[in-house]
Unconditional design. Structure first.
Length: 547
């Protein structure tokens, strides 16, 4: 991120409030927000949106001292730095890097002056969620909002016709406007239920094969969060624990801006059950917080900002995402800021890398162009690819290959970001753009996860299972280490590029993620864009992370 001079930060509070008054704001020159164009890939405008349509959107406010923040994020994972693992509280982060109260007030006053309602400021003041009619938002942000038709999938959506513009005084504190389009819909990875699998995995198999049973940890005293856009029935989690004799920790729903789906879960219920139950499979005693938000860009941003503001959890599992082209750069960068905030506070994030090989946009807009999934592509997130796990007669590890079940089942996501630059710790793999995945784990139909959902036992698969499995391992590692770990990618790459790689990771060297008629990448020795560094060797990787 570029450093920005925050003009408003040096202006006294009374002056800020004056700047937000309608008469003065109208005298300000308008500033177009660069990078805030709607993602209109392969789409055609089909008319104006109804001016009375209610739209929920959000302002993402600028951070301060961004160069210092980048240095802190590097130092907090550098064992040679005095800041190593000295994570910040949410209050400390806001004081050092967050928007001031005056800046948040300025954004709120601007929205009120333009008729917005339901205005909610995140606890760390980084996001301001609001609602308004399309006509009000068109006037406030000086852009038309039209109806669009995706010419590939036939899906209709609304979007801003041009980048939003704000009075200079307001633009000085606002990074982006999120939610003027509903092009991006968060999707969960493949979780289709099937009656049979070659060797469906259970808690006992996962613990034995991946070595977590060798750790003297259960997840007790550690809290894990789940990013969800649907609900669940807690009785399914209880039934799963009972089925496998697990002593599960508490499971608590955290509604984001009042959104909860638990009274009437939808098609994503299986996803929520899978996420929680896979963590329980290896770290049952952890306390779970299921964050539920509206499936929109504004809801997504509010979700991640609340996770960072609450600081209830030290590990987050993410199985919902969108291809970068559908997400759009402004929304992705806004969410990435929220995730970076969490990593500065010690939170470790794991996200499914997708189930469409290198063509991650295929399900959202039918494109077979190379694309990767967000938020797995965020440098502040560990992107998790897929493998097919084999075990021996005693359920011990017997190898893995890259997951590729073909058109009927999916293939592990991987590729190169078009939004994020390669972080320094990935320098031996890329000096240009961020590559994914970072790591991988079981995701194949042939080694599907047995879960309980909707009162039924069934088998599901996809990187949706691999991400919570890595989250579960990291919960155990939090317990072993005696505290939070933050962004583990620098450590993963340090280990992967070093002499002890084989002690911590199962290197997956066979298979590919060719999919949708598109040639992807092949697995090979060391890092690859199919399986990353591979899967974890429980006790081995734990020892290296603790050193």
């Amino acid at each position: 991120m570029r450093m920005r001079k925050l003009v408003a930060a040096a202006v006294p509070l009374p002056a800020l409030l004056c700047l937000s008054l309608t008469g003065v704001a109208n005298a300000d020159p308008l500033i177009s927000l660069s990078g805030n164009d709607a993602p209109l890939v392969a789409s055609a405008r089909s008319g104006d949106v109804d001016g009375a349509r209610q739209i929920t959107a959000a302002l993402s406010l600028k951070l301060h001292n961004q160069q210092a923040l980048r240095q802190f994020l590097a130092d907090v994972q550098n064992p040679a730095s005095p800041n190593y693992h000295h994570f910040l509280t949410p209050q400390q982060f806001t004081t050092a890097f967050g928007p001031t109260q005056a800046e948040a007030d300025q954004a709120v006053e601007f929205l009120k002056d333009n008729g917005a309602t339901g205005i909610t400021v995140s606890g760390n003041r980084q996001a301001v969620t609001f609602s308004g009619t399309a006509a009000q938002l068109e006037s406030a942000f000086h852009t038309g909002i039209g109806n669009y038709l995706d010419t590939v999938t036939g899906r209709t959506f609304f979007a801003n016709d041009s980048a939003p513009a704000l009075p200079k005084s307001v633009a000085s504190v606002v990074d982006s406007v999120v939610g003027l389009d509903n092009h991006a819909v968060q999707q969960h990875s493949t979780t289709e239920q099937a009656p049979h699998a070659a060797k469906a995995v259970t808690p006992d198999i996962l613990k034995k094969a991946y070595g977590t049973g060798d750790l003297s940890a259960t997840g007790a005293g550690v809290s894990v969060g789940f990013v969800e856009f649907d609900g669940y029935d807690k009785s399914d989690i209880t039934a799963y624990d009972s089925k496998y004799g697990l002593k599960g920790g508490s499971v608590t729903t955290v509604p984001v801006n009042g959104t909860s789906y638990d009274d009437s879960p939808g098609q994503g219920e299986t996803e929520v059950d899978l996420d929680v139950e896979v963590v329980h499979a290896v770290a049952a005693a952890a306390d779970s917080y299921v964050y539920e938000a509206e499936n929109s860009s504004a809801g997504e941003l509010a979700m991640y900002q609340q996770i960072a503001s609450d600081k209830k959890v030290s590990v987050v599992s993410i199985s919902w995402g969108a291809c970068e082209a559908a997400e759009g750069a402004s929304a992705a960068n806004s969410v990435d800021k929220a995730i970076a905030t969490g990593t500065a506070e010690g939170i470790s994030y794991f996200a499914a890398a997708g189930d469409d090989g290198t063509t991650d946009c295929a399900r959202q807009n039918g494109s077979k162009d190379k694309a990767v999934d967000f938020p797995a592509s965020s440098p502040n997130v560990s992107g998790v690819g897929g493998t097919q796990l084999s075990v021996d007669s005693s359920n011990g590890y017997d190898g893995e290959v890259a997951w590729n079940d073909g058109a009927s089942g999916g293939a592990g996501g991987g590729g190169t970001s078009t939004i994020f630059d390669a972080p320094s710790w990935q320098g031996k793999q890329s000096t240009t753009k961020r590559e994914v995945p970072d790591v991988s784990a079981d995701a194949a139909q042939g080694s599907a996860y047995t879960i309980v959902s909707g009162g039924q036992t069934g088998n599901v698969w996809g990187t949706s299972g691999a991400a919570p499995l890595w989250a579960g391992f990291t919960v155990l590692q939090n317990e072993v280490s005696g505290g939070p770990l933050g962004n583990l990618n620098p450590k993963f790459y340090d280990i992967g590029n070093g002499a002890q790689y084989g002690s911590g990771f199962n290197d997956v060297t066979e298979g590919n993620n060719d999919f949708n008629g598109t040639t992807g990448f092949s697995a090979g020795t060391g890092y690859d864009q199919v399986t990353g560094w591979g899967s974890f060797k429980g006790a081995g990787l734990s020892g290296l992370l603790g050193s």
